[in-house]
Design a protein around this ligand. Structure first.
Ligand SMILES: [Cu+2]
Length: 205
């Protein structure tokens, strides 16, 4: 987990992030895989730079999943803007340029609900198990504080490589995995253990 701290920023910060996104997008050409995905249906109100945001978002998932996923990004008012409507039930978000590493993500509908619950400080709906891809890796995060934004004494900052996540499962599911504050991130482990937002982080490389 990681980038999504972008969701709960103020509108002002949202604007800065959007501007940074545009600047960032300008110097990374889309990959071949991304270009292939651009034949999809684009949302009304497309803006310059959207193609690059879409390409970034798609890199979070396997090519064929990203190709058919919806792509959303936060707009300058702090609201989600749909860049492209998908057809496979997954929603991808581009890298958050405000964080150090690449961290686009693609999630199913249950994971999207879970993320919304997290960013609005609500308890996720029990029984709605969700799945997310972060194949480009995740930005560093606190392994113990769901709302930490930077390393601080005692908040157990971790680095995560390419991984997938299982969110919203029963506590019994997470009990089967390590829940240490300072995990070995090369093995599956539980992030934010003991909070309503505990989830499995499983490396894929
Ligand atoms: Cu993650």
């Amino acid at each position: 987990m990681c980038t999504v701290r972008l969701f709960h920023r103020s509108a002002l910060v949202g604007m800065a992030v959007t501007l940074a996104l545009s600047a960032w997008a300008a110097d990374k050409p889309p990959t071949h895989e991304a270009m292939q995905g651009m034949g999809g249906k684009h949302a009304a109100g497309a803006m310059p730079g959207d193609a690059k945001l879409i390409a970034s978002a798609m890199r979070a998932a396997p090519v064929n999943v990203g190709k058919h996923a919806s792509v959303v990004v936060m707009d300058e008012a702090g609201k989600m803007r749909t860049l492209r409507q998908g057809s496979n039930g997954f929603t991808c978000m581009p890298d958050n340029p405000a964080t150090p590493g690449p961290d686009p993500m693609c999630m199913d509908a249950n994971a999207m609900e879970w993320v919304n619950a997290w960013t609005t400080h609500q308890t996720p709906t029990p029984g709605k198990v969700g799945f997310m891809y972060m194949l480009e890796g995740g930005t560093d995060a606190s392994n113990t504080d769901p709302y930490a934004t930077k390393p601080e004494a005692g908040n157990h900052w971790v680095k995560t490589g390419p991984h997938v996540m299982v969110v919203g499962a029963d506590p019994g599911f997470y009990d089967a995995y390590p829940k240490k504050p300072d995990p070995d991130t090369t093995q599956p482990y539980v992030m934010w253990a003991g909070t309503p937002y505990q989830h499995l982080m499983a490396p894929v490389r």
